[in-house]
Design a protein around this ligand. Structure first.
Ligand code: ARG
Ligand code: ZN
Length: 870
């Protein structure tokens, strides 16, 4: 059933405090909860107490210590109702039994590697005990956890440890944790198990000594060092960049191997997918290291943006997620290279969010209706949500943005807030009317900005004519014009920015504001025809259509003062070639791209990481998205392969030189500069081997064997797997033998095989699903094999015979009985099916219909199937 933002009502009952007692047991964990309930004066008068549940077994109920029976309450697995509460304030004691071992959904209390852990966001707490499980009910939690000491020597909860000891005369022990900060139930967590700990400490700027702990499986302690380092850097950065300090005496992180998403910001007790904690040079790539740094930072930053200020309801999810993604992106930019980070973020935004916005699952950053909230942890809420915050900063400037953030923290600390509260903080702090800007939260779809220029040599003026249009999206046929901050520069023939003057007024910050459907900007005082560099730094998440020529782009790729637009210019040159190649079956002349690429490779002012980003051709998904309709993935693949061969062949000498020049000079280090050199070297390797020549294959094989780190080894293996050569199977086997005991590394092995663009891949995947290292019960395994296939192997997933589509929907249906969230994610890979050519489109639609018509679907999968079919 659909839930609407406009139906929001304040809770009828509040919980002033809650005392929880868990007696952990593999199949019968006893949960006793004492809720201090109080009628909300702002709720409906005389309302009953209605608590959420999900599959619960009630054992006992008491009010103010007196057992309750019979008709005074109604308990179903999904709800506990007291139609006639005895008073306006009382203590309700509820005892339930839950089975963590049988919990394959990994929501609520479950087991992972025989340890106990919880995941409650968004609606998992109701799978543990009856509770008003909504984010606007904040309470002070005290949690006692008891377990067999041998089974669970480590017992963790939210907040600070206040007591622990043995349970007399038994093999059990207990710990009591108290969290003084009121919080909603989705931030609750407990962990119990056999875990090793690495410890450190952090001194906040006001002098609080915080004990830091990262818990991992025994034997993996040495792999958590980088995560700990990232945590301490995050804590310092939030003090410096946002003035935010940590507020408890303990901060614990637990790494688990069965987790539905990346990580969870539970108060004082973050639980992580171990993929985002564990790293050694031999097992983790540079991308893994950046991922760890980013996710550790993200969850830590939630302590203020998410926990101290939480969301009023789940429609406001972007209030904490978009803002926190923005904060973690800024952190990584400060720690590494800002332009390179921006390029990587925009690449990811376009690949995931622009694609989502263009298909049947498009929704606003703040949705207005949902059937299953778990399906709204999306690129739109997270990544576009971050872009909206970034635009706010661009519009208000550094100082205005900081003033708005400060006011937001000051006004709303302790609140369950809304997007309106957030926007009002910035409007009030700066005096600016942000009502048009707020459309970014409400209107879905990627705006198209069409720009053309007119040069008047006599007057020395350049007129920019801008038109904006937001395409129709599900439920939103027509749109209003948006407020779009367009950063730009006018690049003169010497490659330098000419003055940016509108009328007589200099555009100080280099940003013009587009607010109407059509608008012109007349720039004056120019002495030569400029080439406009538009949407610098990707100042707005729009699809830009401009009248720049290929020649203009070659010029910008070589000279633009904005590094993002140098990247964008060369990418756009390649994209236009790829589109033509895919449409017509043959590539146009590639000279312009080769020229631009050569110049970038040779430019000694650019860092290696930037060059690697600029020279990596747009992916198949981006080409398909740009083509938008009647896409034949085989044609896109062929065009891209042909272009890679053209560039690789034309620049063979330069790539060979770069390959040698970028070789490591010292021991492995994960820092950004070293990672950049590896990236450029590995990109060169890829181009050198792209034809599958004996020499190229030999080079890849040599690197595969000699590598002293995972980045170099896996890239060499990826190069080998693209070619049908005997070295491929030998290398895959050697890799497996070397890392067979390391599940996270075997995930990479699964992914590479899932990505092979050849007809044999589907059978290979079916075989791999029977491999002992694979398990449908583990989300990381499913994502790395089946998820990677559906999301990235465009030719095989979209096989013309429909076998790829049928395979994925079969897996979805099998998985749905175990883990609906992961099943629904997997099904969402169909979101691009409407852009396919008719035969493949029909096959995808048939597969989706089959899912939609299957009886007994989870709400998660049913929701995706229905919306995808439209
Ligand atoms: N709040 C977590 C994060 O962004 C993600 C939780 C996602 N939960 C879910 N059920 N999908 O860090
Ligand atoms: Zn988050």
């Amino acid at each position: 059933k659909a839930i609407h933002l406009s139906d929001y009502r304040a809770p009828d009952w509040l919980v002033d405090k809650v005392d929880l007692d868990f007696s952990l047991h593999p199949s019968q964990t006893r949960v006793t909860s004492k809720l201090s309930l109080r009628r909300n004066p702002a709720g409906a008068p005389g309302a009953p107490v209605v608590l959420d549940g999900d599959g619960l077994t009630l054992v006992r109920l008491a009010i103010d210590g007196k057992p309750l029976a019979g008709p005074s309450f109604e308990a179903t697995p999904d709800r506990l109702t007291l139609a006639h509460p005895p008073a306006d304030a009382f203590v309700l004691e509820v005892e339930t039994l839950v089975d963590p071992t049988a919990n394959t959904q990994l929501m609520g209390l479950y087991r992972t590697s025989s340890n106990y852990c919880t995941q409650c966001e968004p609606e998992g707490f109701r799978r543990i005990t009856y509770y008003p499980d909504r984010p606007d009910v904040l309470s002070v939690f005290t949690t006692r956890v008891e377990a067999d000491e041998a089974e669970a020597p480590v017992l963790l909860g939210n907040g600070n440890l206040v007591e622990s000891g043995k349970v007399d005369g038994t093999s059990r022990h207990y710990a009591v944790w108290h969290d003084p900060w009121p919080k909603p139930s989705y931030l609750f967590a407990l962990v119990g198990g056999r875990l090793a700990k690495i410890s450190d400490s952090f001194l906040t700027r006001s002098g609080r000594e915080v004990e830091l702990g990262i818990y991992v499986e025994h034997g993996k302690e040495a792999r958590a060092g980088y995560a700990m380092d990232a945590l301490k850097r995050s804590m310092r950065w939030d003090e410096e960049a946002f003035g935010r300090e940590y507020d408890l005496d303990v901060f614990n992180i637990v790494a688990v191997s069965d987790f539905n998403m990346g990580a969870m910001e539970n108060k004082g007790l973050n639980v992580f997918n171990d993929k985002y904690v564990l790293a050694t040079p031999e097992t983790a790539t540079d991308a893994d290291y950046t991922g760890i740094e980013g996710v550790i930072a993200h969850e830590y930053f939630h302590n203020w943006t998410g926990n101290r200020i939480t969301c009023r309801d789940w429609f406001q999810l972007c209030l904490k997620e978009g803002l926190t993604v923005f904060r973690d992106q800024e952190f990584s930019s400060d720690e590494r290279s800002r332009p390179v980070k921006r390029i990587a973020d925009v690449r990811a935004l376009k690949a995931a969010q622009f694609t989502e916005d263009q298909g049947p699952l498009a929704h606003p950053v703040r949705p207005e209706t949902y059937r299953e909230i778990n399906n709204f942890y999306t690129a739109t809420v997270y990544e576009k949500g971050a872009e909206v915050v970034r635009m706010l900063k661009t519009l208000l400037g550094e100082a205005g943005f900081r003033a708005g953030m400060d006011l937001y923290f000051e006004r709303h600390d302790g609140d369950a807030a809304t997007i309106e509260d957030f926007v009002a903080s910035f409007a009030d702090a700066t005096g600016r009317d942000l009502s048009q800007f707020a459309l970014w939260y409400a209107q879905s779809g990627t705006p198209v900005l069409t720009v053309s220029g007119a040069w008047d040599a006599e007057a020395g003026t350049y007129r920019l004519d801008v038109a904006q249009e937001v395409p129709p999206t599900p439920g939103q046929p027509t749109k209003k014009p948006m407020l779009i901050p367009l950063a730009l520069g006018l690049v003169g023939p010497d490659g330098r920015d000419q003055p940016l003057t509108l009328g007589n007024v200099p555009v100080g910050n280099g940003v013009v504001e587009v607010s109407e459907a059509r608008q012109s900007f007349l720039f004056t005082g120019l002495d030569a025809r400029p080439v406009p560099s538009l949407n610098r730094g990707f100042s707005a998440p729009v699809n830009l259509v401009s009248d720049l020529t290929e020649q203009d782009r070659v010029f910008l790729a070589a000279h633009d003062a904005d590094p993002f637009n140098r990247f964008d210019a060369i990418q756009r040159i390649a994209l236009e070639m790829l589109k033509t190649g895919a449409r017509t079956g043959s590539l146009p002349a590639t000279e312009a791209l080769v020229t631009a690429a050569r110049a970038i490779l040779a430019d000694t002012t650019l860092d290696a990481a930037f060059k690697a980003q600029a020279l990596a051709l747009p992916g198949e998904g981006e080409v398909a998205r740009e083509l938008a309709k009647d896409v034949d993935p085989d044609a896109v693949f062929a065009a891209r392969k042909a272009l890679r061969i053209a560039v690789g062949t034309a620049l063979e000498g330069a790539f060979a030189t770069t390959y040698s020049a970028m070789a490591a000079t010292g021991p492995f280090s994960p820092d950004a500069a070293s990672a950049g050199r590896r990236a450029l070297r590995n990109l060169s390797l890829d181009f050198l081997a792209v034809t599958g020549s004996a020499e190229g294959i030999a080079r890849a094989k040599a690197q595969f064997e000699a590598a002293d780190n995972m980045t170099d080894r896996i890239t060499a293996l990826a190069v080998l797997t693209q070619h049908e050569v005997p070295e491929r199977e030998a290398a895959l086997k050697a890799f497996y033998d070397r890392f067979e005991r390391d599940a996270l590394v075997i995930d990479k092995w699964f992914t590479l095989q899932a990505q092979i663009a050849a007809p044999g891949t589907l059978d290979r995947i079916k075989d791999l699903m029977l491999h002992p290292a694979f398990s449908l019960g583990n989300p990381n395994r499913v994502r790395s094999l089946v998820g990677a296939f559906a999301a990235t192997n465009t030719t095989q997933f979209n096989r013309a015979d429909g076998a790829g589509h049928d395979f994925v929907t079969d897996v979805v249906l099998t998985l749905d009985g175990k883990n609906p969230q992961v099943a629904a994610r997997l099904l969402a890979s169909f979101k691009t099916f409407r852009q396919l050519e008719p035969v493949r489109r029909a096959s995808a639609e048939r597969a989706l219909r089959k899912v939609a018509e299957t009886p007994g679907l989870s709400p998660d999968v049913a929701d995706i199937a229905t919306r995808a079919l439209g």
